[in-house]
Design a protein around this ligand. Structure first.
Ligand code: GTP
Ligand code: MG
Ligand code: ZN
Length: 296
Protein backbone atom coordinates (compact mmCIF):
# COMPACT_ATOMS: atom_id res chain seq x y z
CA UNK A 1 0.00 0.00 0.00
CA UNK A 2 1.17 3.57 -0.64
CA UNK A 3 2.59 5.39 2.31
CA UNK A 4 2.09 9.04 3.16
CA UNK A 5 4.59 11.53 4.53
CA UNK A 6 6.03 15.03 4.33
CA UNK A 7 9.10 16.29 2.48
CA UNK A 8 11.52 17.78 4.99
CA UNK A 9 14.55 18.36 2.77
CA UNK A 10 15.45 18.56 -0.91
CA UNK A 11 19.00 17.84 -2.08
CA UNK A 12 19.85 17.91 -5.81
CA UNK A 13 16.91 15.92 -7.10
CA UNK A 14 16.38 13.77 -4.00
CA UNK A 15 13.69 14.39 -1.40
CA UNK A 16 13.83 13.22 2.21
CA UNK A 17 10.35 12.22 3.31
CA UNK A 18 9.24 11.54 6.90
CA UNK A 19 6.76 8.65 6.99
CA UNK A 20 3.56 9.75 8.77
CA UNK A 21 3.22 6.40 10.55
CA UNK A 22 6.73 5.18 11.37
CA UNK A 23 8.40 8.65 11.42
CA UNK A 24 11.26 7.01 9.51
CA UNK A 25 13.13 9.27 7.04
CA UNK A 26 13.19 7.85 3.51
CA UNK A 27 15.19 9.24 0.61
CA UNK A 28 13.05 9.46 -2.50
CA UNK A 29 13.03 10.72 -6.07
CA UNK A 30 10.10 12.30 -7.84
CA UNK A 31 8.32 10.15 -10.41
CA UNK A 32 9.43 10.94 -13.98
CA UNK A 33 6.06 12.26 -15.01
CA UNK A 34 6.29 15.15 -12.51
CA UNK A 35 8.73 16.94 -14.76
CA UNK A 36 6.50 16.41 -17.78
CA UNK A 37 3.58 17.85 -15.82
CA UNK A 38 5.88 20.73 -14.71
CA UNK A 39 5.34 19.88 -11.02
CA UNK A 40 8.24 20.37 -8.65
CA UNK A 41 7.96 18.89 -5.17
CA UNK A 42 8.60 21.44 -2.41
CA UNK A 43 9.84 21.04 1.14
CA UNK A 44 6.69 20.95 3.26
CA UNK A 45 4.71 19.01 0.64
CA UNK A 46 2.57 16.14 1.85
CA UNK A 47 3.05 13.20 -0.50
CA UNK A 48 2.18 9.61 -1.14
CA UNK A 49 5.22 7.46 -1.80
CA UNK A 50 6.34 3.94 -2.40
CA UNK A 51 9.52 2.51 -0.89
CA UNK A 52 10.16 -1.15 -1.43
CA UNK A 53 13.86 -0.94 -2.37
CA UNK A 54 16.62 1.37 -1.03
CA UNK A 55 15.17 4.38 -2.69
CA UNK A 56 11.56 5.53 -2.55
CA UNK A 57 9.48 7.21 -5.19
CA UNK A 58 7.10 10.10 -4.69
CA UNK A 59 3.85 9.07 -6.37
CA UNK A 60 1.63 12.05 -5.79
CA UNK A 61 1.83 15.49 -4.18
CA UNK A 62 -1.26 16.07 -2.04
CA UNK A 63 -3.09 19.40 -2.54
CA UNK A 64 -1.17 22.35 -1.06
CA UNK A 65 -2.71 24.70 1.48
CA UNK A 66 -0.33 27.39 0.30
CA UNK A 67 3.21 27.82 -0.98
CA UNK A 68 5.89 30.49 -1.12
CA UNK A 69 8.28 31.08 -3.99
CA UNK A 70 10.90 32.83 -1.95
CA UNK A 71 11.73 30.78 0.09
CA UNK A 72 10.38 27.72 -1.79
CA UNK A 73 8.23 25.85 0.76
CA UNK A 74 4.64 24.57 1.01
CA UNK A 75 1.90 24.15 3.65
CA UNK A 76 3.06 26.80 6.11
CA UNK A 77 1.06 28.14 9.06
CA UNK A 78 3.27 30.99 10.21
CA UNK A 79 6.37 32.90 9.15
CA UNK A 80 8.96 34.40 11.50
CA UNK A 81 10.23 37.47 9.67
CA UNK A 82 13.76 37.80 11.04
CA UNK A 83 14.58 41.51 10.75
CA UNK A 84 18.00 42.91 11.62
CA UNK A 85 18.48 46.31 13.20
CA UNK A 86 21.97 46.59 11.66
CA UNK A 87 24.23 44.64 9.28
CA UNK A 88 22.05 44.72 7.16
CA UNK A 89 20.35 47.93 8.37
CA UNK A 90 16.65 47.96 9.21
CA UNK A 91 14.52 48.80 6.17
CA UNK A 92 10.79 49.36 6.69
CA UNK A 93 10.33 49.15 2.92
CA UNK A 94 11.80 45.63 2.77
CA UNK A 95 9.94 44.54 5.92
CA UNK A 96 6.62 45.78 4.50
CA UNK A 97 7.31 44.01 1.20
CA UNK A 98 8.01 40.73 2.98
CA UNK A 99 4.85 41.14 5.10
CA UNK A 100 2.71 41.85 2.02
CA UNK A 101 4.01 38.70 0.29
CA UNK A 102 3.29 36.57 3.35
CA UNK A 103 -0.20 38.04 3.80
CA UNK A 104 -0.88 37.35 0.10
CA UNK A 105 -0.29 33.65 0.79
CA UNK A 106 -2.61 33.53 3.79
CA UNK A 107 0.24 32.86 6.23
CA UNK A 108 0.53 34.59 9.60
CA UNK A 109 3.69 36.75 9.92
CA UNK A 110 5.49 37.44 13.24
CA UNK A 111 8.35 39.95 13.43
CA UNK A 112 11.57 39.03 15.24
CA UNK A 113 14.19 41.78 15.66
CA UNK A 114 17.89 40.80 15.69
CA UNK A 115 21.20 42.63 16.11
CA UNK A 116 19.82 45.59 18.05
CA UNK A 117 22.74 44.97 20.44
CA UNK A 118 24.75 46.70 17.68
CA UNK A 119 22.72 49.95 18.05
CA UNK A 120 23.24 52.81 20.50
CA UNK A 121 20.51 52.94 23.15
CA UNK A 122 18.95 55.99 21.47
CA UNK A 123 18.77 54.29 18.07
CA UNK A 124 17.34 51.19 19.68
CA UNK A 125 14.56 53.17 21.40
CA UNK A 126 13.74 54.84 18.07
CA UNK A 127 13.46 51.46 16.34
CA UNK A 128 11.44 50.03 19.21
CA UNK A 129 8.88 52.81 18.66
CA UNK A 130 8.63 51.82 15.00
CA UNK A 131 8.07 48.19 15.96
CA UNK A 132 5.35 49.19 18.44
CA UNK A 133 3.60 50.64 15.39
CA UNK A 134 3.68 47.18 13.77
CA UNK A 135 2.27 45.73 16.96
CA UNK A 136 -0.59 48.25 16.81
CA UNK A 137 -1.14 47.23 13.16
CA UNK A 138 -1.77 43.70 14.43
CA UNK A 139 1.56 41.90 14.29
CA UNK A 140 3.15 39.95 17.11
CA UNK A 141 6.65 41.39 17.67
CA UNK A 142 9.79 40.20 19.46
CA UNK A 143 11.96 43.24 20.04
CA UNK A 144 14.24 42.70 23.04
CA UNK A 145 17.63 44.41 22.62
CA UNK A 146 19.18 41.01 23.36
CA UNK A 147 17.90 38.83 20.50
CA UNK A 148 18.62 35.72 22.53
CA UNK A 149 16.86 36.76 25.73
CA UNK A 150 15.65 33.45 27.17
CA UNK A 151 12.16 34.60 28.11
CA UNK A 152 11.67 35.94 24.58
CA UNK A 153 13.02 32.78 22.93
CA UNK A 154 10.63 30.74 25.09
CA UNK A 155 7.74 32.93 23.93
CA UNK A 156 8.74 32.36 20.31
CA UNK A 157 9.12 28.59 20.77
CA UNK A 158 5.68 28.37 22.33
CA UNK A 159 4.19 29.50 18.99
CA UNK A 160 5.72 26.48 17.14
CA UNK A 161 3.54 23.75 18.68
CA UNK A 162 1.37 21.88 16.14
CA UNK A 163 2.34 24.27 13.36
CA UNK A 164 4.67 24.52 10.40
CA UNK A 165 6.78 27.64 10.85
CA UNK A 166 9.17 29.15 8.31
CA UNK A 167 12.06 31.48 9.21
CA UNK A 168 12.42 34.05 6.48
CA UNK A 169 14.15 37.39 5.89
CA UNK A 170 17.16 39.06 4.42
CA UNK A 171 20.42 37.17 4.04
CA UNK A 172 22.58 37.76 7.12
CA UNK A 173 19.64 38.85 9.32
CA UNK A 174 20.43 35.99 11.71
CA UNK A 175 17.85 33.26 10.94
CA UNK A 176 20.23 30.32 11.39
CA UNK A 177 21.90 31.91 14.44
CA UNK A 178 18.51 32.35 16.12
CA UNK A 179 17.56 28.73 15.36
CA UNK A 180 20.87 27.57 16.85
CA UNK A 181 19.94 29.43 20.06
CA UNK A 182 16.50 27.82 20.13
CA UNK A 183 17.85 24.29 19.60
CA UNK A 184 21.47 23.94 20.66
CA UNK A 185 21.83 20.66 18.74
CA UNK A 186 21.05 22.04 15.28
CA UNK A 187 24.53 23.41 14.63
CA UNK A 188 23.46 25.28 11.49
CA UNK A 189 26.18 27.10 9.52
CA UNK A 190 26.25 30.88 10.00
CA UNK A 191 28.57 33.58 8.66
CA UNK A 192 29.25 37.27 9.12
CA UNK A 193 27.75 39.31 6.28
CA UNK A 194 31.17 40.72 5.29
CA UNK A 195 32.11 37.13 4.36
CA UNK A 196 28.81 36.58 2.60
CA UNK A 197 29.35 39.71 0.48
CA UNK A 198 32.85 38.55 -0.42
CA UNK A 199 31.66 35.12 -1.46
CA UNK A 200 28.58 36.60 -3.10
CA UNK A 201 26.37 33.77 -1.87
CA UNK A 202 24.07 33.01 1.00
CA UNK A 203 25.17 30.96 3.97
CA UNK A 204 22.07 28.75 4.14
CA UNK A 205 21.71 27.12 0.73
CA UNK A 206 18.61 24.97 1.13
CA UNK A 207 15.28 24.79 2.89
CA UNK A 208 15.12 22.16 5.69
CA UNK A 209 12.43 21.37 8.23
CA UNK A 210 13.33 20.48 11.83
CA UNK A 211 11.27 19.14 14.71
CA UNK A 212 11.19 21.80 17.44
CA UNK A 213 8.73 22.17 20.33
CA UNK A 214 6.24 19.70 18.80
CA UNK A 215 6.14 21.60 15.55
CA UNK A 216 8.05 21.74 12.26
CA UNK A 217 10.36 24.70 11.74
CA UNK A 218 12.21 25.61 8.53
CA UNK A 219 15.51 27.39 8.09
CA UNK A 220 15.70 28.90 4.62
CA UNK A 221 18.19 30.79 2.45
CA UNK A 222 17.80 34.56 2.85
CA UNK A 223 17.33 36.96 -0.03
CA UNK A 224 18.44 40.48 -0.83
CA UNK A 225 15.28 41.58 -2.62
CA UNK A 226 11.81 40.33 -3.50
CA UNK A 227 9.13 41.44 -5.95
CA UNK A 228 5.36 41.77 -5.87
CA UNK A 229 4.70 40.05 -9.21
CA UNK A 230 1.82 37.90 -7.91
CA UNK A 231 -0.12 40.80 -6.37
CA UNK A 232 -2.76 42.90 -8.15
CA UNK A 233 -3.52 46.58 -7.41
CA UNK A 234 -6.98 45.51 -6.14
CA UNK A 235 -5.54 43.02 -3.67
CA UNK A 236 -2.74 45.23 -2.31
CA UNK A 237 -4.81 47.37 0.13
CA UNK A 238 -6.27 44.17 1.64
CA UNK A 239 -2.77 42.99 2.60
CA UNK A 240 -2.36 45.82 5.16
CA UNK A 241 -4.38 44.62 8.18
CA UNK A 242 -4.66 48.12 9.68
CA UNK A 243 -6.25 49.43 6.44
CA UNK A 244 -8.80 46.61 6.56
CA UNK A 245 -9.84 47.74 9.99
CA UNK A 246 -11.11 51.04 8.51
CA UNK A 247 -11.77 50.42 4.80
CA UNK A 248 -15.39 49.38 5.50
CA UNK A 249 -16.01 53.00 6.46
CA UNK A 250 -14.57 54.48 3.24
CA UNK A 251 -17.28 56.09 1.08
CA UNK A 252 -16.45 53.94 -1.95
CA UNK A 253 -16.40 50.19 -1.98
CA UNK A 254 -13.04 49.04 -3.33
CA UNK A 255 -11.49 52.37 -2.26
CA UNK A 256 -7.74 52.33 -2.97
CA UNK A 257 -7.14 55.02 -0.33
CA UNK A 258 -5.28 57.26 -2.77
CA UNK A 259 -7.37 60.23 -4.00
CA UNK A 260 -10.91 59.10 -3.25
CA UNK A 261 -13.12 61.49 -1.22
CA UNK A 262 -14.21 60.50 2.32
CA UNK A 263 -11.53 57.86 2.69
CA UNK A 264 -11.47 56.62 6.28
CA UNK A 265 -7.97 55.15 5.89
CA UNK A 266 -6.57 58.57 4.97
CA UNK A 267 -8.46 60.16 7.87
CA UNK A 268 -6.93 57.66 10.29
CA UNK A 269 -3.53 58.33 8.70
CA UNK A 270 -3.96 62.06 9.43
CA UNK A 271 -5.10 61.24 12.98
CA UNK A 272 -1.87 59.30 13.48
CA UNK A 273 -3.60 55.92 13.81
CA UNK A 274 -1.91 54.46 10.72
CA UNK A 275 1.87 54.62 10.31
CA UNK A 276 3.04 57.05 7.63
CA UNK A 277 5.89 54.75 6.67
CA UNK A 278 3.45 51.89 6.01
CA UNK A 279 1.12 54.13 3.99
CA UNK A 280 4.05 55.50 1.96
CA UNK A 281 5.24 51.95 1.27
CA UNK A 282 1.70 51.09 0.17
CA UNK A 283 1.77 53.88 -2.43
CA UNK A 284 5.26 52.85 -3.49
CA UNK A 285 4.20 49.20 -3.97
CA UNK A 286 1.05 50.24 -5.84
CA UNK A 287 3.23 52.17 -8.23
CA UNK A 288 5.62 49.23 -8.61
CA UNK A 289 2.76 46.82 -9.36
CA UNK A 290 1.29 49.21 -11.93
CA UNK A 291 4.67 49.47 -13.62
CA UNK A 292 4.83 45.66 -14.07
CA UNK A 293 1.49 45.80 -15.87
CA UNK A 294 2.82 48.36 -18.33
CA UNK A 295 5.83 46.21 -19.12
CA UNK A 296 4.04 42.95 -19.86
N1 GTP B 1 25.67 41.16 17.14
C1 GTP B 1 24.80 40.26 16.67
N2 GTP B 1 25.15 39.45 15.67
C2 GTP B 1 24.23 38.58 15.20
C3 GTP B 1 22.93 38.49 15.74
N3 GTP B 1 22.24 37.55 15.06
C4 GTP B 1 23.09 37.08 14.12
N4 GTP B 1 24.29 37.69 14.19
C5 GTP B 1 25.45 37.46 13.30
O1 GTP B 1 25.05 37.76 11.98
C6 GTP B 1 25.72 36.93 11.05
C7 GTP B 1 24.72 36.32 10.08
O2 GTP B 1 23.90 35.38 10.76
P1 GTP B 1 23.25 34.11 10.05
O3 GTP B 1 22.51 33.40 11.12
O4 GTP B 1 24.24 33.34 9.25
O5 GTP B 1 22.22 34.83 9.06
P2 GTP B 1 21.10 34.15 8.10
O6 GTP B 1 19.90 35.01 8.22
O7 GTP B 1 20.94 32.72 8.46
O8 GTP B 1 21.76 34.31 6.65
P3 GTP B 1 21.49 33.43 5.31
O9 GTP B 1 21.65 32.00 5.67
O10 GTP B 1 22.51 33.92 4.33
O11 GTP B 1 20.09 33.79 4.87
C8 GTP B 1 26.51 35.91 11.89
O12 GTP B 1 27.86 36.34 11.96
C9 GTP B 1 25.86 36.00 13.26
O13 GTP B 1 26.77 35.70 14.32
C10 GTP B 1 22.59 39.36 16.84
O14 GTP B 1 21.47 39.38 17.38
N5 GTP B 1 23.56 40.21 17.26
MG1 MG C 1 21.17 31.00 7.38
ZN1 ZN D 1 -10.22 54.54 1.49
Amino acid sequence: MDRTGRIIKSISGFYDVVDDESEEIIRTRARGNFRKRKIKPLVGDKVTFDATGDLGYILEILPRENSLVRPPIANIDQAIVVTSAAEPNFSSNLLDKILVNIEHNGIEPLIYLTKSDLLTDDKYLELQKVLKGYQAAGYQIFDDQDSYNEEQIGRLEATFTNKVTVFTGQSGAGKSTLLNHIDKELGLATAAISQVLNRGKHTTRQVSLFNIADGLVADTPGFSSIDLMEITPEELPTLFPEFLEYSGECQFRGCRHVNEPNCKVKEELDEGNIMHSRYDDYLYFLNEINSYKKRY
